[in-house]
Design a protein around this ligand. Structure first.
Ligand SMILES: C[S@@+](CC[C@H](N)C(=O)[O-])C[C@H]1O[C@@H](n2cnc3c(N)ncnc32)[C@H](O)[C@@H]1O
Length: 198
């Protein structure tokens, strides 16, 4: 599969390729999945998701950024397999009730978005955060809802040649929260079950 093309830019994006690779490893999208996204912006995550899932619903609160999502999706049309619906909404408004996987690239109303994910039992939830204080609040919100599986923090640096040697330019650190809101026959999430076992 060729790398995605992003001929159109928007402020606040795109999510860097190395970060996208980790996001998609955690989302583990398959043909039959419905993927929901909060904050599609340039569409960098949306395009990769539309190459893997069967259905994509992408929300973006800013109309001009949703237009960027649409244009970048069109630039990758030949490699997409999913039915894609773009919604100019501020989540949780506009979120589908049958998503298998959810990515929060934008953090507005994230508590209400997580409540919706719990109510609709979303199987895989990934949230990316760059600001430390928001990362702390989001981690608490995942824990309170007993849906937290992993907290991953990482930072990517790219090498460049300096005086015949290699030096590095660093990207901002990323905090990635990974969870699941599916429940067993007793109505417990996997995180709750792990708590019971301790
Ligand atoms: C950091 S950017 C996401 C970047 C995107 N993953 C990309 O690769 O281009 C966050 C985006 O989320 C949007 N956003 C934030 N909260 C939102 C919400 N509750 N509903 C819809 N969009 C939201 C913002 O307008 C912004 O465009």
């Amino acid at each position: 599969m060729p790398p995605i093309a992003l001929p159109h830019d928007a402020k606040a994006g795109p999510t860097k390729p190395e970060v996208r690779a980790v996001v998609h490893s955690k989302l583990a999208l398959e043909d039959g999945d419905h993927f929901a996204e909060v904050g599609s912006c340039t569409g960098a995550i949306t395009i990769d998701a539309a190459r893997r899932a069967g259905e994509v619903t992408a929300l973006e609160r800013k109309a001009e950024r949703l237009e960027t999502t649409e244009k970048n999706l069109a630039a990758n049309e030949e490699s997409l397999q999913a039915d894609v619906e773009l919604r100019n909404e501020e989540a949780p408004t506009g979120l589908p009730d049958d998503a298998d996987a959810l990515f929060l690239g934008g953090s507005r109303n994230f508590e209400a978005v997580l409540d919706h994910a719990v109510d609709t039992e979303v199987d895989r939830i990934v949230m990316n955060v760059s600001r430390l204080e928001v990362a702390g609040k989001a981690t608490e919100a995942f824990r309170e809802r007993e849906i937290l599986e992993e907290v991953v923090q990482f930072q990517v640096s790219h090498g460049y040649e300096l005086a015949g040697a290699t030096s590095f330019n660093s990207e901002n650190p990323v905090y990635m929260l990974v969870g699941s809101a599916t429940t067993d026959s007793d109505g417990e999430t996997e995180a709750e079950q792990r708590g019971d076992e301790k």
